[in-house]
Structures are given as structure tokens and as C-alpha cells.
Design a protein around this ligand. Structure first.
Ligand code: ACO
Length: 325
């Protein structure tokens, strides 16, 4: 049966120029390169310039994705930006990205699911494209987390960084089988019982301030592997693929130990897991498209590759998307 599938036509990314190494961190808080590398796998992160906004990062990533897709921005009718660090409380950063790309038709809006934002945004875009409401979408994950960090809290400030990534999706008729190109299966979940384990202690509707990120790292860690494994399993069961049939897992880049834990539970080798967090830390909603971009540039994904993206973040929110490149 013919169906519309959301096919990934292009991927792009942008990292701010300024690099902050673990040794730079040790000059600000009581930490060491060894501690950060051993507990997280992170060696450096990028920090946005004072004049760089989340939308600027997103526009740069989207432009690269459009060029690689060979698609003119005027042919895009949907822009979704996953971010927890919007330029302003409103309007949506996606509308600024839409404007920056010179697009004046269709719709643009933000998705707030923190580190799971990109997986949520892909799932939403996929629903619109499958239903025929829109034809071509840009899905952006863009963050300037450096602006919501407590730079005196060594337990959190060493983990995060700034960046953006984007994919261009196009609705294409396919056969309706698991051999199709495009997004094959999605699963998104949330559970507000865990709000106090990972949150920002401010907001326009409560403190009227932006606030800072607060996290109980050990507890977040405890939930991450189990919850992420659950949604990965769901997308695999829906399509009938076994874990080792996936060509590349492109996870949210939070902590190397979380990625190792998931790989172990799935029974797959490290060669199947894309790891880029060493170079940019946890960039929240931007981390999956940043890793996807690296995978593309390193020729680790090509037409026909089965790619599984997954994430967990504040809320808690979590989810997975299985797609054939
Ligand atoms: N440098 C040196 N010491 C530190 C640092 C630091 N940067 N941060 C914490 N410590 C100390 C603590 O103070 C503590 O000292 P104490 O024993 O004297 O009290 C000790 O290290 C151990 O602290 P823990 O928090 O228990 O360390 P843990 O092994 O759990 O590692 C970490 C902390 C890296 C945050 C880990 O819990 C983690 O990665 N959790 C997952 C959280 C995460 O990735 N969140 C991202 C958002 S959600 C997501 O994206 C999935």
C-alpha cells in the first residue's frame, strides 16, 4: 500500500567558534580533566559568542542542511525548532529561523522537550508530512545552554555546551513496508513525576527570571538507560528489526557511560554507536543532529542505512525514532 514517508534529504550542523576545554573548566570550578573524562567522556564544549543567539546557530545549521538537500528554502513549508533556550520567551525561535532563511509561507513553531526535543520534533514533523498537510520540513535542534548554567556548580556546568543541528525532511511516496526510505517508527513518552530531578529554577510564569539548570545527576543516570532502552525496543518491535540489524545508533550525547550502558543492554558493539560528546558535551536538543551530521560527514550513514535516534531529558521526556537514510 502506497504511503507517505518523511525522507531525510539533508543534514547540517553548526558549532560556535569558542572552545572551552576541561582544563579551562578547572580554572572556573573545582574539577579536573581526569574527573570529567572518566565520569562523562567529555573533553571540550563550544560556547556561543555574546552576539550569537540560539536562532543564529539554528539558521547556520539549517542552511547547511538545505544546501546538502539541494532544496531551495522557499520550498520549505514547515520549520520546527527544538530548544529549551529560546532567544526570547516569545516569539518562537523557529519563526526567527524561518525568517532568517527567507521563508514566508507555511508554519513555524518551537518544541520544548529539553534533551528529547529533537526526537519529539522529528515525530511531529513526520506526522504532518505523512498526513499530507506539509510537503517539506526543516527540523532544527538548537541550544545555548551556557546561558542557563550555574557556573559555580561543578556538578552541572562541566556537562553542557552550545550548538545546533538540522535535517531537511521531504514527504515521498513509498511502499508502506519496513524496507522503505524515511521515518519508519517513532515512540515518545513523558512522566512529570521526575520534574525535580532535572529542571531550571526559573521561568516567566513563576520567578519572572530565566533561572539555572539543576540536576540530581545520579538519579537521572539511574533512569536513563532503562527508559531509553524501553523506547528503542518499542521502535524495533514495531518494525520487526533486531538490535544488531540497525546500522548506526545516533543517541542523545549526554554521558559516555549512559551510551555504553544502552549498548550493553542491546547487545551491540561500540562500532554501532555514534559518539561525539567528547567534542561538544551535552548540547541538549542539538546533540542528535550534531551527531547525525558527524556520521554523515564520516560516511557512517549512506542511502539505505538504518539509523536509530534516541534521547531522554528533563520532564522526564524520552523517545526514539527509527529511519532509513
Ligand atoms: N569535578 C570533580 N568532582 C565532582 C564534579 C566535578 N565536575 N562534579 C561532582 N563532583 C563530585 C561530587 O561533589 C561528589 O563528591 P563527594 O563524593 O565528595 O560528595 C563526587 O564527585 C561524586 O558525585 P556524583 O554526582 O555522585 O558523581 P557521578 O558519578 O554520579 O557523576 C554525573 C556525576 C557525571 C553528573 C553523572 O551522575 C551523570 O552523568 N548523570 C547523568 C546526568 C546527565 O547526563 N544529565 C544530562 C541531562 S539528562 C540527559 O541528557 C540524559
Amino acid at each position: 500500500m502506497a504511503v507517505n514517508r518523511s525522507v531525510i534529504r539533508g543534514v547540517g550542523a553548526y558549532l560556535p567558534k569558542r572552545v572551552m576545554t576541561n582544563d579551562d573548566m578547572a580554572k572556573i570550578v573545582d574539577t579536573t580533566n581526569d574527573w570529567i573524562v572518566e565520569r562523562t567522556g567529555i573533553t571540550q564544549r563550544h560556547i556561543a559568542g555574546d552576539d550569537e543567539l540560539t536562532s543564529d546557530l539554528g539558521i547556520a545549521a539549517a542552511r547547511q542542511a538545505l544546501i546538502r538537500a539541494g532544496i531551495d528554502p522557499v520550498d520549505i513549508d514547515l520549520v520546527i525548532c527544538a530548544t529549551a533556550t529560546p532567544d526570547r520567551t516569545f516569539p518562537a525561535t523557529a519563526v526567527k529561523i524561518q525568517h532568517g532563511l527567507g521563508i514566508t509561507k507555511g508554519a513555524a513553531f518551537d518544541v520544548q522537550a529539553v534533551c528529547s526535543g529533537f526526537v519529539y520534533a522529528l515525530t511531529i514533523a513526520d506526522s504532518f508530512l505523512k498526513s499530507g498537510q506539509f510537503k517539506r520540513a526543516i527540523v532544527v535542534g538548537a541550544e545555548t545552554f551556557s546561558r542557563i548554567l550555574d557556573w559555580t556548580d561543578r556538578g552541572t556546568c562541566v556537562l553542557f555546551g552550545d550548538g545546533a543541528g538540522a535535517v531537511v525532511l521531504e514527504a515521498q511516496p513509498q511502499h508502506g513496508t519496513r524496507e522503505d526510505r524515511g521515518i519508519l517508527s517513532t515512540a515518545i513518552r513523558s512522566d512529570g513525576r521526575y520534574e525535580e530531578l532535572l529542571y531550571v529554577d526559573g521561568g516567566p510564569g513563576s520567578t519572572k527570571t530565566v533561572g539555572h539548570l539543576r540536576m540530581n545527576g545520579r538519579e537521572v543516570f539511574r533512569h536513563a538507560v532503562q527508559k531509553i532502552y524501553g523506547v528503542i525496543e518499542e521502535t524495533l518491535v514495531t518494525t520487526g528489526y533486531a538490535p544488531d540489524e540497525i546500522d548506526l545508533y545516533v543517541p542523545h550525547q549526554a554521558n559516555k557511560r549512559i551510551l555504553d550502558g544502552i549498548a550493553k543492554k542491546l547487545g551491540v558493539g561500540p562500532e554501532k554507536i555514534m559518539v561525539t560528546l567528547d567534542r561538544h558535551g551535552n548540547t541538549s536538543a542539538a546533540s542528535i543532529p550534531l551527531a547525525l551530521n558527524q556520521a554523515f560527514e564520516a560516511h557512517r550513514v549512506k542511502e539505505g542505512s538504518l539509523v536509530l535516534m534516541e534521547a531522554m531529558g528533563g520532564g522526564f521526556t524520552w523517545g526514539a525514532v527509527l529511519a532509513r537514510w
